[in-house]
Design a protein around this ligand. Sequence first.
Ligand code: AMP
Ligand code: MG
Length: 346
Amino acid sequence: METMIQKMVTEDREIAKRAAEIWRSGGLVAFPTETVYGLGGNGLDPRASEKIYAAKARPSDNPLILHIADDDQLDELTTGVTEWMRAVMEAFWPGPLTMIVPKSERVPYETTGGLETVAVRMPSHPIARQLLREVKLPIAAPSANRSGRPSPTSASHVIEDMNGRIDMIIDGGDVGIGLESTIVDLTGARPMLLRPGFITPEMLQEVLGPIETDLAVFKQVSAEVKPKAPGMKYRHYAPKAEMKIVEGDREAVASYINQKLAMQQDKKIGILTTTENQMLYEGGIRISVGTRASLLDIAHNLFRVLREFDAIGVDAIFSESFPAEGEGLAVMNRLLKAAGHQVIRV
Ligand code: AMP
Ligand code: MG
């Protein structure tokens, strides 16, 4: 299949119409959102959902998020709009917040991975909003990477993973946030955080009252820890090389990694470091993920840096650790998954 690659820096009706036509006829279009690039298809068309799974090589029990442009569109996707849903819409939409709600009959099981619930979000990115307004359909759009690879934060990442597999890629430049949306499940007795993101637990609590956190946000999946978001059970966001997180004070971390470097001089060792610490390492392939003064900066760069290590073809990666608070919660959640929960405490 030939993939049309289309630059779209500002809103452009002609391009939006072309994307909408592809969606209406069952095709796939990748587009930028404020979190990461999404791989979109008509979320009400079971065959479009199947195409998304095929293009990503994603396991079909891992449900898709529906993207909408208007509050009203939620009505037809769920069995009834509740107070919690209204509060979330008012506080966080449009924006990087996905809610899990009971699904209506209109939503096919192919889209929800067989579940009775559906994930819905209203993105704020102006290009995403224009496309969604034009098509007037809920668009199922998981991250536009091949399953298991780090999520795409620029069109070049999408081209790497999807060229030749989908109908169109809309190049809207780099995304802003760089990590996927926060997911909150509103179908239980209490709201539950399933995936941390830019919207922090503190922000959710202000609007929804006390919330719970799914154990799988930080713990490795096991017989006791079964994630409520099926996607969280896969080794996700991962670079090709094995990655280990080294945790401790900065000198101890650097001396541990330097020791490893000295022992493996014949290997290409990647070090995921920060502006403040990169000078502490004696060798290795150091890539700074940003400054410790801004966890937002680190969130923004994380997936790009993981892809850079892939492109260089390193044999192994050591990563520094970050405080798991505020936006750092999302950073550490992705980093732990990328490392398959391998943490060395020094
Ligand atoms: P992605 O769009 O690739 O960032 O992944 C979507 C995430 O949302 C995955 O982790 C899914 O498992 C999760 N998700 C989607 N729908 C549901 C649902 N109905 N219940 C729980 N988690 C969901
Ligand atoms: Mg994804």
